[in-house]
Design a protein around this ligand. Sequence first.
Ligand SMILES: Cc1cc2nc3c(=O)[nH]c(=O)nc-3n(C[C@H](O)[C@H](O)[C@H](O)COP(=O)(O)O)c2cc1C
Length: 157
Amino acid sequence: VLVAYGSKMGGTAGIAETIAAVLRERGHDVVLSPPDRFGKDVDGAVIGSALYAGRWRRQAVRALKVIASSPPPHVWLFHSGPIGEDADEPQRPPKEVAALAEKAGAADVVTFGGRLEEPSARGFLAKAMIRNGRGGDFRDMDNVAAWAATIADTLEQ
Ligand SMILES: Cc1cc2nc3c(=O)[nH]c(=O)nc-3n(C[C@H](O)[C@H](O)[C@H](O)COP(=O)(O)O)c2cc1C
């Protein structure tokens, strides 16, 4: 199973690591990869991205394109971003991602809360948002692990 992700400040990488750990615990052979290079010969692919201004990280889109060009039997997609009161709000995928998701045969794009805090924050905007009291870690790893368990269930059917 491929688990590929696009992350700028590491928060989404942490989510991908949790997914990979659950799948490995269940006995699956996992390739965890920032989406630069990976084989296409997989039983399933999990691809995720951090959301910035409503968009996916370019590397994650690239990985999704590769997967969508000859999709494995199962493809799961997630993105991470919303913080604060919106942390549980499902986020609409960007148009290009929605089109690629359909091409890849993925059911939907699952949303997980994001993380925005020191010391990982990078960039003027990120630091300004934290100064304005919008920071925090809103990733619910139990929720992530539960989702990964449903992936393992499907792979084992
Ligand atoms: C400049 C900026 C823009 C952001 N835009 C969005 C957005 O459009 N939608 C969203 O849900 N989260 C948005 N976020 C929150 C990030 O997606 C969140 O911090 C995420 O966990 C970052 O993931 P990463 O650590 O993997 O890069 C934004 C954050 C920053 C700093």
